[in-house]
Design a binder for this molecule. Sequence first.
Ligand code: GLU
Length: 448
Amino acid sequence: MSYVDEVYAMVVEKNPAQPEFHQAVKEVLESLRVVIEAHEDEYRKDALLERIVTPERQLLFRVPWVDDKGQVQVNNGYRVQFNSAIGPYKGGLRLHPSVNLGIIKFLGFEQIFKNSLTGLPIGGGKGGSDFDPKGKSDREVMAFCQSFMTELCKYIGADTDVPAGDIGTGAREIGYLFGQYKRIRGLYEGVLTGKGLSYGGSLARTEATGYGLLYLTNALLQDHGQSLSGKTVVVSGAGNVAIYAIQKAQQLGANVVTCSDSTGWIYDKDGIDVELLKEIKEVKRARLSEYAAAKPSAEYHEKKNGEHGVWTVKCDVALPCATQNELDLDDAKALVANGVYAVCEGANMPTTLEATEFLQKSGVLFVPGKASNAGGVATSALEMSQNSERLSWSFEEVDQKLKGIMENIYKNISAAAKEYGMEGNYVAGANIAGFLKVADAMKAQGIV
Ligand code: GLU
């Protein structure tokens, strides 16, 4: 059996019932095959792959908190410190009922390569809880965040592990988490990113993942002699990534006609009204049906039987910005039948392995999230730099740096794919470029 196959089999055996983690490992190892085979003896002897697929540390803890009725609730807390070869662990905290150890491990594993691709000194980590902030009062969210941080604060710090937002963790949650960290540890430091502007946050961090996605998509299209101007774009999701992806796509001249949440999706032929979407999602924290109620040009479709409606809409560019495995083989077939030109992932692993293969075989340009959504964590690293020098940069300065980082990522993944004989395969390019830097650092640091 080849080294790659052996390590994949070991991952499946040692991490039972973690299908998303297996999927993320499979995608990475498969596309590294040529690189691994070229260095097989050396990597095998150093157990490099076994080390890279095994988290350095996994923290699992109880999170008890009191709800508004006086009832005690208990959630699971997680932080997986996956790899610190190139910098302190860095990655978000996901708060969603679907969270389990396998989900956090898949996200932490992806984060290693994504963070490496940014070119900035950040290692890979991820955390979260099965707590659902949806429908909770502000006080309940605060109680949860304080309890979560009471335990987590023992293991994190500005130079060791720097969590941030992800699904379910936005500005409100980061504020409560930061307050509790400072209170217990007595340290005013950049231990979290995505902070509010009044207490050490960075301008453009809120917009960064969505804007970055579009900077990369734009670079991809330009490299193929195209532009976003006049293109029809389909977006899924209605959270932080989707909102700012829609906004930047519109600024670049595209017509964005869809968005979605867990209950339904919107088709608005006149283009999504971002201000209305923000009001509904960020201020009212309400459902998308309210969008259609407020805008006559919009159609609202209820999501039935797991159907992912936005992918049936004819488009030139598709940007999955909701969650993992939201775009399956049937969706990919619908997109191809409608003549889609490019798919760039805004979420983490939103496309299944079968769908990815189908899109690539059909000649669709496909960029994986670890490259195309890296703008969020890249700007988090810029927030860390500003915190370290106790200065803050202007919006334009951060935005320009973000644009440069995304254009560089595109160049690097494109060049890596070409160098290893897989021109245009950006999945392989991203995995190879991300891996080589981490592997080099791991080798230099010895067996740790
Ligand atoms: N959760 C985001 C991601 O998936 C951002 C992480 C961060 O800023 O540390 O990359």
